[in-house]
Write a protein that binds this ligand. Structure first.
Ligand SMILES: [Zn+2]
Length: 462
């Protein structure tokens, strides 16, 4: 009798589980259909990139993006839309940079100041150049670095499909360079752009930093092709001089904002799922993939669920962080406020890796939880939607920053196809035209599907 009864219970539980899986599969179908036919991420991205344009934190355009994003959120049935004050330092590029190899025939070099760089002054800097692959190679030059421009010319590892890893191999030299060069008496830092293409003549900007007590020297990114040209010029004439001029400067602290919207949970409103990405961009191109797609995409993921009549169990909180590129003050503020309120943030989803065709999510959670997700959720995405990457990994930058206060929050980092991202990342090429609507809306659907599953089954993640 007991055995029969257990069999009955087990059977009932099993058919319930199958039923739930079927319901989830049906919901994912609806989400994808809704996103492809009625998604608005692409149109919103058009407005953000073409009408507002690039939007470095602290600029008027960043503030325009804040005001417009808030109005977009207010058109949807969120329960609350508000701005969160963020203080941040404003850095301005000033007039366009100029660089060339000095000689009878000037050989132009394409450069961009790295974010945070000081300027050369209006007369620019003319000096001989020391070329190295690694900053550590400077040791052998000793005092010869004094008065010179240091040119770090490390090529990209093209063998890696995981272009984010290739980026990570060399990004440390971008941030450490200026201080290490200044310590040795160098007058400027010229850094080969972090580009996945060796045939790229666009410089890629990105953050750098100075160290208190060490002189701040101009720090500039040079395009991959210009780096190759410069290297050849130096081989032909090791005494060749380079002229550099940039006009960038820090302009002091300004007030800005994170943009936040909340969709209140019907069962556990005090438990929060945070989703979003950064609304600021670098001041070149239009910040389309980085990170117009992440902000417009996560907003559209929520909108997709709303249009399908979904009612979340937990509170879903959309956050557009300010200043990811140039200081992460927005996510620090978000974390401080959430911590002070002792909030229960059960999960986080971030999109900040571009709007290419979705491949999956990196997950910051225990190996057991990731295995559970692989078993339960991955089959829903894999065959039908070609989304198959559910691996333990790092959260996005913004969630990672505030997540320091919330070590138990399960975090998902959206991973689109990585091949082309670092060709356009932080350059004038990051424009609306580089985004494909179908790929973007497929990513929106993947994110909306994940958000739905997290909300439905959050208890399984803890
Ligand atoms: Zn970004």
């Amino acid at each position: 009798m007991k055995t029969l009864f257990s069999t009955f219970i087990l059977g009932a539980l099993f058919s319930q589980a199958v039923q739930a899986q079927d319901n989830d599969a049906t919901m994912l179908d609806k989400i994808y259909t809704q996103s492809f036919y009625h998604g608005e991420a692409y149109d919103n991205l058009h407005y953000l990139t073409k009408t507002i344009g690039h939007r470095i934190a602290g600029s008027q355009k960043a503030e325009d993006a804040v005001v417009w994003s808030k109005s977009l959120m207010e058109k949807l049935p969120f329960d609350k839309v508000y701005l969160q004050d963020v203080q941040l330092p404003y850095w301005d590029r000033g007039k366009p940079e100029e660089a060339y190899v000095v000689g009878a025939k000037k050989q132009a070099l394409n450069i961009l100041a790295l974010g945070g760089s000081v300027g050369t002054g209006s007369k620019g800097i003319t000096a001989e150049v020391i070329e190295v692959e690694l900053l550590s190679d400077l040791k052998k030059y000793g005092d010869a670095v004094r008065g010179k421009i240091v040119f770090v010319n490390k090529t990209w590892d093209e063998s890696l499909v995981e272009t984010g890893a290739a980026y990570g191999l060399n990004s440390g030299q971008r941030s450490r360079g200026p201080a290490e060069v200044a310590k040795l008496g160098g007058v400027a830092y010229l850094f080969r752009s972090l580009s996945s293409s060796s045939q790229d003549d666009y410089p890629h900007t990105g953050g750098t930093r100075y160290v208190n007590g060490i002189d701040s020297i101009p720090a500039l990114a040079i395009s991959a092709l210009s780096a190759t040209r410069l290297s050849e010029a130096l081989k032909a004439n090791p005494k060749a001089k380079v002229f550099l001029r940039n006009n960038s400067a820090w302009k002091g602290m300004v007030n800005s904002h994170n943009v936040i919207a909340e969709w209140r949970g019907t069962e556990k409103p005090d438990e929060i799922i945070t989703i979003g990405g950064h609304i600021d961009s670098w001041d070149v191109g239009e910040g389309a993939h980085d990170n117009g797609t992440g902000t417009m995409g996560t907003l559209d993921a929520i909108r997709t669920l709303m249009k399908l009549g979904y009612k979340p169990k937990h509170t879903i909180r959309l956050v557009f962080y300010m200043n990811e590129e140039n200081g992460v003050n927005g996510s620090m503020k978000y974390g401080e406020v959430a911590l002070a309120k002792n909030e229960k943030i059960i999960a986080a989803i971030e999109s900040d890796a571009g709007g290419f065709a979705p491949r999956g999510f990196d997950i910051k959670a225990s190996a057991e939880k990731v295995q559970w997700i692989q078993k339960q959720w991955k089959p829903l995405f894999e065959e039908r939607f070609w989304v198959s990457r559910f691996l333990q990994g790092s959260p996005g930058v913004d969630s990672g920053i505030w997540g320091a206060h919330f070590p138990n929050t399960v975090m998902f980092n959206f991973r689109p196809d990585p091949h082309r991202y670092f060709d356009i990342h932080h350059t004038a090429k990051d424009v609306f035209e580089a985004v494909d609507r179908r790929e973007l809306q497929s990513g929106v659907a993947a994110i909306a599907s994940l958000l739905y599953l997290v909300d439905q089954q959050a208890e399984q993640l803890h």
